[in-house]
Design a protein around this ligand. Structure first.
Ligand SMILES: [Zn+2]
Length: 291
């Protein structure tokens, strides 16, 4: 959507962004540009994602997989300012956002949205295919909208009754609780819970040749399972971070479809409380901080 507008360089291209929405993903407006960044950046509304930089030089970066770069840095992790009222970012790692649209609604697209998009693409499901979503939090909710818009049948497995209701309203073909048998085998599945047993459930639900994508950063131990769950060329893969290309593609689709987000807003001063509530699973959608 916007990469051609940016000056791409392997150097550090700083732009000072005033966050409208801070955090690991930021929606903000550029208030100052550093050397090497065009003046057209000033005043622009930008999205700053989790991927803050990559080396641009390693085999992963050169192969279109900068999400795997060993020298990559991450917003609010390696780079300061994610949880602040101003942040310095690399201009070539930002995403241009339209001037219209509520920034609070846009912010979750840069987080669970883009990583969910990468997971969805890695399942390789398409129109008419059957996709299973195991867990139905903020990221799955965005993936469901995308998958349905692309003509997939969506099957949702979650222990949360209200999430099942939400999935049904969203247009899911089938919803059920863990342990319930799915009515048909799936071509693709994405697991969102940090629970290894869910991965085995998802594998069991796959058709021959199907792909299970684990969309979790941490996972407890995957229990032992019979090889027949993996045989017939089923695949089990993970997703890690995302590339700028993923972000650009997803933001464009999100605008076209359009994808709605489920947010709970907190003032920046209450960031700790928001994080605690997230940890305790107390927020059905995404927590968004507003300075
Ligand atoms: Zn690299």
């Amino acid at each position: 959507m916007c990469r051609t507008d940016l000056q791409i360089s392997s150097g550090d291209l700083p732009a000072r962004v005033l966050p409208i929405v801070p955090g690991h993903q930021i929606v903000g407006r550029v208030v100052e540009v550093g050397e090497g960044v065009g003046p057209e950046f000033l005043g622009r509304r930008l999205g700053v994602g989790w991927l803050a930089s990559a080396c641009g030089d390693c085999e992963f970066c050169r192969g279109g997989r900068e999400n795997l770069c060993r020298k990559a840095t991450f917003t609010g992790w390696d780079r300061d300012g994610g949880f602040a009222s101003q942040v310095v970012v690399r201009a070539d790692f930002t995403q241009r956002l339209a001037d219209e649209g509520d920034p609070v609604q846009l912010a979750p697209l840069l987080c669970g949205g883009v990583i969910g998009y990468r997971a969805f693409r890695r399942t390789e499901v398409g129109r008419g295919d059957r996709l299973g979503l195991f867990g139905f939090g903020a990221s799955a909710w965005l993936v469901a909208q995308l998958a349905i818009a692309e003509g997939c049948q969506v099957f949702v497995v979650t222990r949360d009754e209200s999430a099942r209701q939400r999935a049904k309203e969203q247009g899911a073909t089938w919803v059920g609780a863990p342990g319930e048998s799915l009515p048909v085998p799936l071509q693709g599945a994405i697991t969102f819970a940090p629970v290894g047993a869910v991965v085995v459930d998802a594998l069991r639900a796959l058709d021959r040749g199907g792909t299970c994508v684990v969309n979790a950063i941490h996972l407890d131990r995957i229990p032992e399972f019979p090889f027949e769950h993996l045989y017939w060329e089923r695949r089990l893969i993970s997703v890690a971070n995302f590339t700028r290309q993923d972000a650009a593609e997803f933001l464009q689709l999100a605008q076209q479809i359009p994808i709605r987000t489920l947010v709970e807003q907190f003032p920046l001063a209450q960031a700790n409380q928001a994080l605690l509530q997230l940890q305790e699973d107390g927020i059905p959608g995404a927590a968004v901080l507003v300075p």
